[in-house]
Design a binder for this molecule. Structure first.
Ligand code: CTP
Ligand code: CA
Length: 236
């Protein structure tokens, strides 16, 4: 926050952030999940608190080591969640009292139709591999857009596997329009990039036609750049 005109520029704002990745149980010992560490969302929560906001952070399966970054900040309330249903319930309640909603969590698109009450055992399968039937999860972000408070700024995230920046931008703009969010932060991912690293490149796309901003650097630097774009959207 030093020397960038950001000192307490978010004072008085209530910001809801989701981070990490939801998990969907298969049986009592197994789940479907994704590779999101939660680092970017946690960095956003920390940066927002340092700039004066009151933050609620819904942490979906985020490691304690990652959460350590916000542990000593009184302005951040950390609420652990695991499944998409838990995240949805928590998000809807909190969004009703927030000026800014940042959906950085990777939400599982599908859950297992029937969760097994007991561990699935090879012995019970008679040599046949089980087939999991999946059902689609609700789109939490779309629900929040439907229930948007007047003036509320809603920010989505998208991690995309793309060939080049033009495709990233094109997919991002389409997703932004489809979702109805005010801003969409998109980054390129692959087997080897975009996860478990301290650095990130985010393209921030705006629905109001403002030019895209590109932020590269530590997850903290990228978080501050995203918060700048949010502040500008709130001010407009
Ligand atoms: N999201 C959500 N609920 C879902 C799926 C996604 O709230 N069931 C949110 C994510 O938190 C993110 C944004 O929507 O902020 C975009 O997520 P993404 O997975 O990129 O969008 P999808 O519509 O699921 O598209 P895709 O088929 O590319 O996964
Ligand atoms: Ca998805």
């Amino acid at each position: 926050a030093e020397g960038s005109g950001r000192d307490h520029d978010l004072a008085g704002l209530r910001i809801m952030v989701t981070a990490g990745g939801t998990r969907e149980p298969i049986d009592p010992v197994r789940y479907l999940g994704n590779r999101s560490s939660g680092r970017q969302g946690v960095a956003i929560a920390a940066a927002a608190a340092d700039r004066g906001a009151k933050v609620v952070l819904f942490a979906a399966n985020v490691d304690a080591a990652v959460l350590a970054e916000v542990q000593d900040r009184a302005a951040v309330r950390v609420v652990p969640v695991s499944t998409t249903a838990e995240l949805e319930r928590a998000s809807r309640a909190a969004a009703a009292g927030a000026e800014v909603v940042i959906m950085a969590a990777a939400v599982a698109d599908y859950r297992v139709a029937e969760v097994a009450e007991r561990k699935i055992r090879k012995e019970d399968g008679a040599g046949r591999a089980p087939v999991l039937e999946l059902v689609e999860n609700p789109d939490i972000l779309a629900g929040l857009v439907e229930e948007r408070r007047p003036g509320q700024v809603i920010v989505g995230f998208a991690a995309e596997t793309v060939e080049n920046e033009a495709e990233l931008r094109e997919r991002g703009l389409r997703k932004l329009a489809r979702k109805g969010a005010d801003l969409l932060a998109v980054n390129a991912v692959s087997w080897s990039e975009g996860f478990e690293s301290g650095e990130n490149t985010l393209h921030v796309l705006a629905r109001d036609g403002r030019p895209e901003t590109v932020a590269t650097g530590t997850k903290r630097a990228v978080a501050d750049a995203l918060l700048d774009a949010i502040r500008d959207t709130l001010d407009s």
